[in-house]
Design a protein around this ligand. Structure first.
Ligand code: MG
Length: 215
């Protein structure tokens, strides 16, 4: 094995949280008269709330009330489970003796407790990168560059596992090998256009090819 680090995105890779976000966005935007199907909101994954609202409604939009409603809807909806096959992939990386870390734009402590509970002992938590560790989020390379720096690993020795176009773009710009796993409704081409080196329809499919990717 020549790879020395695997960096996992969290939402849509480890936890099936994106349907809950998309549903909450739809309910909040519907209230202000902007109607799109839930699937339309997946493309914004990785943007913060303000950025998402301004992209959808325009730069001058009064974003705070919409964001407050989105947060309320989100809190009222059920929490998603694990992405199928995700634990198997993380366990395989761990079993190969390669450190695994989480690189997420999220800043929610609840999520970090959940990683510890659902993926016990599988991640190097001291090298984790959250929304609080960076000034520019994905698609900027800063989040993945921060992970590389914390782990002391060169980009060419690292693999990024992502589900969202902006996350793929971030990992690619950081110089890493990027594995896209399409766990949502976006067309595969969005992930390929963003710079994915590999594309799989599921974490189970990635598990079947993991050995060659880590080689
Ligand atoms: Mg994601």
């Amino acid at each position: 094995m020549s790879k020395r680090l695997v960096m996992f995105d969290m939402d849509g890779v480890l936890f099936d949280t994106m349907p809950r976000h998309a549903r909450a966005w739809k309910l909040a935007f519907d209230e202000v008269g902007h109607h799109e199907p839930e699937s339309a909101y997946y493309i914004h994954e990785g943007r913060n709330g303000k950025g998402t609202i301004q992209t959808v409604l325009g730069e001058d939009a009064d974003w705070e009330p919409v964001y407050r409603r989105k947060s309320e809807f989100f809190a009222s909806l059920p929490e998603g489970g694990l992405i199928p096959g995700a634990k198997k992939v993380v366990e395989m990386v761990h079993g190969a003796g390669i450190p695994a870390i989480v690189v997420t734009g999220s800043g929610q402590a609840r999520n970090f407790d959940r990683i510890a509970a659902e993926y016990p002992g599988l991640f190097r938590t001291e090298w984790m990168v959250t929304g609080k560790d960076v000034t520019k989020g994905k698609p900027d390379p800063e989040p993945y560059l921060t992970g590389l720096r914390k782990a002391g690993v060169a980009p060419q020795d690292a693999v990024v596992v992502e589900n969202a176009p902006m996350g793929v773009e971030s990992g690619h710009a950081a110089g890493c090998l990027v594995v896209a796993v399409n766990t949502g409704p976006l067309p595969d081409q969005c992930l390929l256009d963003a710079g994915a080196d590999y594309l799989f329809p599921s974490m189970d499919a990635l598990a079947e090819h993991l050995e060659e990717i880590l080689r």
